[in-house]
Design a protein around this ligand. Structure first.
Ligand SMILES: CC(C)(COP(=O)(O)OP(=O)(O)OC[C@H]1O[C@@H](n2cnc3c(N)ncnc32)[C@H](O)[C@@H]1OP(=O)(O)O)[C@@H](O)C(=O)NCCC(=O)NCCS
Length: 320
């Protein structure tokens, strides 16, 4: 473990920095005196700013200790702290840190705490070199668990009547992430970057005039779209298990040049995103002279039988 102490960190929306005595007013006003914020915490709301100053003095003196980690959460847009995130406990025997956080009510549900926790997870794995990061919450405070989930921690279990906070003795849910989990999450999915292409000549049945999507004898936009979907299907064809197929769920393309009959069109799909069964593609198409279209496409991997049963059932239900 490299003892780094409370270093300045930055995320898209936030600065995570050391507290200074001049933060007392903002800390008292923004969260420390609010009983709603401290409802599930172990400390009581501060009765006056003198109490906030005492806490801050203690933290600031502790910054000398490279094992002391306590950050002010400061949105780049406001420049004053709106909450804190810190290591409440560390265990050198198992190389782990336990994180706690709180944020003023006016800033709840803006994604700030998840963003701060995600950055701490990066910092402790990549810069400090811990092996485990955990956090826990009173089960009556599920939003805190959502912060942990959103930052990539995994639920490990609930200990009954194992902690005490301002609501009394409580059941406590634990979440954690290990260095190995973090590395796996960081690795790009092996399918990202896979490409496939399909080609065809613009024939009589592919024109806008023939498909009635226009009146001219040039490649129809729906025919181009279909070719791009075909390339995407080909890209997935050797990744599907038996009984599976993929269905198109969204496509957004620009058709930028016209190709007359006889032109050779090649559509190429590249996998750009894999989120569970949802696959995202970048699609492009060229004719003999250059690019004629590009866009994005999403497909969903489904179980063929279940999908067809559901589709047929939906229509049968509608006929009743
Ligand atoms: C719990 C707490 C830290 C959440 O912070 P936050 O900055 O609001 O959390 P985020 O905005 O990052 O939200 C994370 C997830 O929590 C959930 N969530 C948070 N606030 C929510 C709300 N008011 N309603 C519904 N869901 C909410 C959502 O699932 C959200 O994910 P989403 O944005 O993708 O929908 C904050 O409410 C707080 O400081 N509470 C008081 C102190 C405390 O309880 N600390 C934790 C002790 S264990």
């Amino acid at each position: 473990m490299t003892r780094k102490g409370t270093c300045k960190l930055e995320t898209k929306q936030l600065l995570l920095r050391r507290f200074t005595m001049s933060d007392a007013q903002a800390m008292f006003r923004n969260w420390a005196n609010d009983p709603e914020v401290t409802k599930y915490l172990t400390w009581s709301p501060h009765g006056d700013i003198a109490e906030t100053r005492r806490v801050l003095k203690n933290w600031i003196e502790s910054y000398e200790n490279p094992d002391f980690y306590c950050w002010a959460i400061v949105p780049k847009s406001s420049e004053e702290p709106i909450g804190s995130i810190s290591v409440v406990h560390h265990d050198d025997k198992v190389n782990s840190v336990h994180i706690g956080y709180c944020i003023g009510k006016a800033w709840w549900h803006h994604g700030y705490t998840s963003e701060a926790l995600s950055e701490l997870i990066r910092f402790f794995f990549e810069e400090v070199g811990v092996n485990r990061i955990d956090s826990r919450h009173d089960i009556r405070n599920p939003h805190s668990g959502n912060v942990m989930k959103k930052a990539g921690m995994r639920y490990e279990g609930t200990m009954r009547k194992a902690d005490r906070n301002n609501q009394g003795i409580c059941d406590i849910a634990t979440y954690a992430i290990l260095a190995d989990d973090y590395l796996t999450q960081k690795k790009p999915h092996p399918l990202i970057g896979k490409t496939a292409s399909v080609s065809k000549m613009v024939g009589n049945t592919d024109t806008a005039a023939s498909m009635k999507s226009g009146s001219l004898p040039v490649l129809a936009t729906p025919a181009l779209t279909a070719l791009m979907e075909q390339a995407s299907c080909k890209c997935l064809s050797d990744c599907l298990k038996s009984g599976q197929t993929s269905v198109g769920t969204a496509i957004c393309i620009e058709h930028t040049a016209a190709s007359p009959r006889g032109a050779k069109i090649t559509a190429t799909a590249e996998i750009t995103e894999v989120t569970g069964r949802k696959i995202g593609f970048a699609v492009t198409a060229r004719d003999n002279t250059g690019e004629i279209g590009h866009g994005t496409h999403s497909r969903f991997i489904v179980e063929t039988d279940r999908f067809m049963k559901k589709a047929e059932g939906r229509i049968a239900e509608g006929r009743k």
